[in-house]
Ligand binder design. Sequence first.
Ligand SMILES: [Zn+2]
Length: 238
Amino acid sequence: MWQHFDHMWTYDALMPKLKPKKSSPTHIAEVCFSCEQPRTLIVDKIHRLPNEGPPEEYTFVHCSSCARPAVFYREDMGDGFDKDSYYRIYPPQERHIGFYLPGNVRQSYEEAVSCELAKTWMACVVMVGRTLEAVCKEFESSSRTIFEGLRAMHSKGIISQELLDWANELRVMRSLGAHATNERIDVSDATDALDFLQAILEILYDLRPKFEKFKRRHEKTQPKSSRVLPAMGKAASS
Ligand SMILES: [Zn+2]
């Protein structure tokens, strides 16, 4: 099962031994994929590729409880590996956002994912709500509540009616998770909430900036008239 990492072992053998930095951890606290609980994971080896842009770090661990192995990945974006959070690459983690997110949004999102891995559903929806709150603060810094922030984002055209509806449901779910009500939050509620949150983040932070760039590129080469949508009912030529 290690063949996927063959190139890394080979590369490791050829590289001069890196002096272990004092900050190199001997164990990390992450959710074990096998125990499905937060565990102390013993570090067997840390392998760094300092010349990559950005420098990469691979941490080989095994669980202190069940002994199953895993590999975690971090990057050094200029302020040290410790500023990045661990992302599990073996066994592969299903949820991962590879595009830029503001620090507070990313931290809350990753906490929500950790709660999902640990099967703590109530905590998961609360962290989904916190991520949404961080998004609102990014776009509407004066908003005092998520509700106020979402409404302002909608009225400014930052989110569509559909996204507003999705986000509002997540806000309601977060309230249920955060307060001692009799409502139960189950696995479907939590995983669906994370799915909708991911879609919202993807539209706001990945697809929208990508589309703006795409549009600007094509505006330079195409006449404005060719970009007007054909009227309803008329046969479109293309
Ligand atoms: Zn374990």
